[in-house]
Design a protein around this ligand. Structure first.
Ligand code: 13P
Ligand code: SF4
Length: 327
């Protein structure tokens, strides 16, 4: 091991110690999304997908939550657990998908469909959630839509690819979809994925429903190859249970760390190694330590928005959560 690498590991160990001490002093839990940097995942009390993080925030007993993820996840925790202080280590940890619809745009869309039920993906601002009837994540989007009266129109937002997938699985024709996208998942090109598949003919394909390549992946000739459309936690469950030894994973590359760590005997290959979310990667061990030490950055929400966003989020944590293609 080189000198630089030794220094880095010592620095990391030092930061982990400081974080451990601070989290005890501050009665805090660290929640990390599956796309976080490996060292942040390793120091977290709990690692999961958006739905699991929201559910954990509700049930944990700590006074403080440090949300190692992006802003909408911290806002969600703050809405669902108002008695806890929720800290986001970097306020610039946003989300291109959440930015693809504003509350004003949603209000205008609703005015065109006054009787429709609004289903918002959790990747939205608190103000958009406050105008919604239900929230969902990729883990339970199908279950949430299936829980709504089939006669009612649905406005599904903001992810076009997830919406199209949900429409296909549920067969609902009265579901209208916003044209938003996550720039990370949308840039995973079908051509890239297909090239990877040609190189690894025995690998199973795991695709996140936010991906632009989902439709093409599902339309591929079977050739004996399995294709699964799954949320990030569902990918973990599936990889553990499956007999396959090799997987091509179409989502943000942070996912590969946990998949490989929990299944050391299996191989996980990125569909596109450039699929890196710059917002998720803003959270570092230094920032987590500073968040705990200085109790920053505390999520504070307009009380009216918080109140109106609560019911759609409570519906989200209460409904379903099995893999999106209902294995
Ligand atoms: P899940 O964690 O719900 O699979 O969503 C992935 C994502 O893109 C979060 O930003
Ligand atoms: Fe948002 Fe996409 Fe990053 Fe997830 S991966 S936080 S959807 S920009």
């Amino acid at each position: 091991m080189g000198v630089m690498e030794t220094d880095l590991l010592e620095r990391r160990a030092q930061l982990q110690q400081e974080i451990d001490q601070l989290r005890r002093e501050k009665d805090a839990v660290l929640l990390a999304h599956n796309y976080q940097l490996p060292e942040v995942q390793d120091v977290a009390d709990f690692v999961g997908d958006s739905l699991a993080l929201a559910r954990y925030a509700v049930r944990c007993e700590a006074r403080r939550i440090v949300l190692c993820g992006v802003a909408f996840m911290a806002e969600t925790a703050a809405i669902l657990a108002p008695d806890k202080q929720v800290l986001l280590p970097d306020l610039e940890a946003g989300c291109s998908l959440a930015d693809s619809i504003t509350a004003q745009q949603l209000a205008e869309w609703k005015a065109e469909h006054p009787d429709a039920v609004v289903v918002s993906y959790v990747n939205t601002s608190a103000a958009v959630k406050a105008l919604s009837d239900y929230c969902c994540t990729s883990s339970n989007a199908v279950d949430v839509v299936n829980a709504i009266d089939p006669q009612r129109e649905i406005l599904f937002l903001p992810d076009f690819f997830l919406g199209s997938y949900v429409r296909r699985v549920t067969g609902r024709t009265n579901l209208y979809i916003w044209m938003g996208e996550c720039h990370v998942h949308a840039s995973i090109l079908p051509e890239e994925m297909e090239r990877r598949m040609e190189d690894h003919p025995d690998a199973q394909l795991l695709v996140h429903p936010e991906c632009g390549c989902t439709t093409r992946a599902l339309a591929l000739p079977p050739q004996g190859r399995e294709v699964r459309v799954l949320s990030t936690d569902a990918m973990l469950r599936h990889a553990k249970e499956s007999h396959a030894q090799q997987f091509i994973v179409a989502t943000e590359v942070g996912m590969l760390y946990r998949l490989s760590k929990e299944n050391p005997q299996k191989a996980f290959l990125p569909a596109d190694e450039k699929a890196i979310c710059p917002f998720m990667k803003r959270i570092t061990l230094e920032k987590v330590r500073d968040a705990l030490a200085d109790e920053r950055y505390e999520i504070k929400l307009d009380p009216q928005i918080r109140e109106r966003a609560l019911l759609p989020l409570q519906r989200m944590v209460a409904i379903g959560g099995r893999p999106t293609n209902a294995e």
